[in-house]
Design a binder for this molecule. Sequence first.
Ligand SMILES: NCCCC(=O)N[C@@H](Cc1c[nH]cn1)C(=O)O
Ligand SMILES: [Zn+2]
Ligand SMILES: [Zn+2]
Length: 484
Amino acid sequence: ASTPPPGPLEKVFQYIDLHQDEFVQTLKEWVAVESDSVQPVPRLRRELLRMAGLAADRLRGLGARVASVDAGFQQLSDGQTLPIPPILLAELGSDPKKPTVCFYGHLDVQPARQEDGWLTDPYTLTEVDGKLYGRGTTDNKGPVLAWINAVSAFKALDEDLPVNIKFLIEGMEESGSLALEELVRKEKSGFFSSVDCIVISDNLWISRRKPALIYGTRGNSYFTVEVKCRDQDFHSGTFGGILNEPMADLVALLGSLVDASGRILVPGIYGHVAPVTEEEKRVYEAIDLDMEEYRNSSQVKKFLFDTKEELLMHLWRYPSLSIHGIEGAFHEPGAKTVIPGRVIGKFSIRLVPHMDMSVVETQVKQHLEYIFSKRNSSNQMTVSMALGLHPWIANISDHQYLAAKRAIKTVFGTEPDMIRDGSTIPIAKILQDTTQKSVIMLPLGAVDDGEHSQNEKINRWNYIEGSKLFAAFFLEMAKLHSSW
Ligand SMILES: NCCCC(=O)N[C@@H](Cc1c[nH]cn1)C(=O)O
Ligand SMILES: [Zn+2]
Ligand SMILES: [Zn+2]
């Protein structure tokens, strides 16, 4: 890392270095809260509410005005209801001469149990060789705290904050950000009206050491295809051979979707995908990706593509189709001789810019109906699009990208990789479209952090240098603002 030029940033960086153990301690306290939003049980909901309270207290401690907005209840399919944790809207400063930067983050985590293969207790932050292991360390408690650390350094040093800061913090991201879209709509001309840009730090670099900026994410259209003969299973000795088996129909349907080279077989699906430009090719060539390291760390014998450019384009700027599972299938160990009476296949298509979700829906339905009709099956088939999430793309000439590049240069002494994320952060597109404010994704975590996986971690280095990065970003935003 390079040294900052003398001035407020130098002091802020020193403060962050000197207080890093306290910052790690706070992360430890936050990780200790089992704020799992995925398992819908009262005990975990109470933990989520406690987590929101801890974060609100911390923000108030910075001097922020915090509104803890009631988000109502989640209705479960069994008739039960559970509270949705409040959404925090916090504000620090309202100087009209300064830009206003809004940080979005989430406090909820994916489920984690030590017996799933964690080497340490997932809810006890454990440091090994500079790696801070624990559920939520990188997704997303660490980055939320890094932003808070940056603000707290300015505050502790009595340095003027170069920007007005807003926080939008939720607790249901891992469960589809319930109630958030509605709040964003409601606050368009309230909380968001003075915001200049929104920063999301909920993804990873593509390298262990080289920082990155993210300018696009794919969307997702998630399908279910049900094949039904009857509601009960059959004995295959009694019925095998005399009926169309739902599972055989479903396997044929799922098998018709994508070929062995990864190409989606739904007619017309690539019709709207933008062709690759020469400029875009250069962007991909410039990315620093060690293919061998990436392959080894992913524990995959061979990827479908041999060059870095092809691999990254198929992850980020082309659609992909994944088959996720089959509900109703006999999947337990053993040799039960059942014929499932009704099965539901689940697959999704990652969407890229210019693909039209309703066109994709029609193409998929028509394709599956055609394949099914050719089988002359007496079963019933029903296809539904369960989820439709739009892709997001940023305008990289927006101010905040320049500010972030300069901040990265100051902290890490390098230009960032300009990358996309093949997965989906639905709130990015919603925030951009609803508030009409620019969104930037400024990740802190390394490629091997293992979000959603066993042994999730954030490196101490990423957490601490990331806190500095946010501080430097504030300053660069302020500098640019004076020339807007
Ligand atoms: N790096 C950020 C990952 C966030 C994430 O995992 N998002 C989900 C959202 C989603 C898409 N379809 C259903 N949920 C993802 O799978 O991309
Ligand atoms: Zn996340
Ligand atoms: Zn996540």
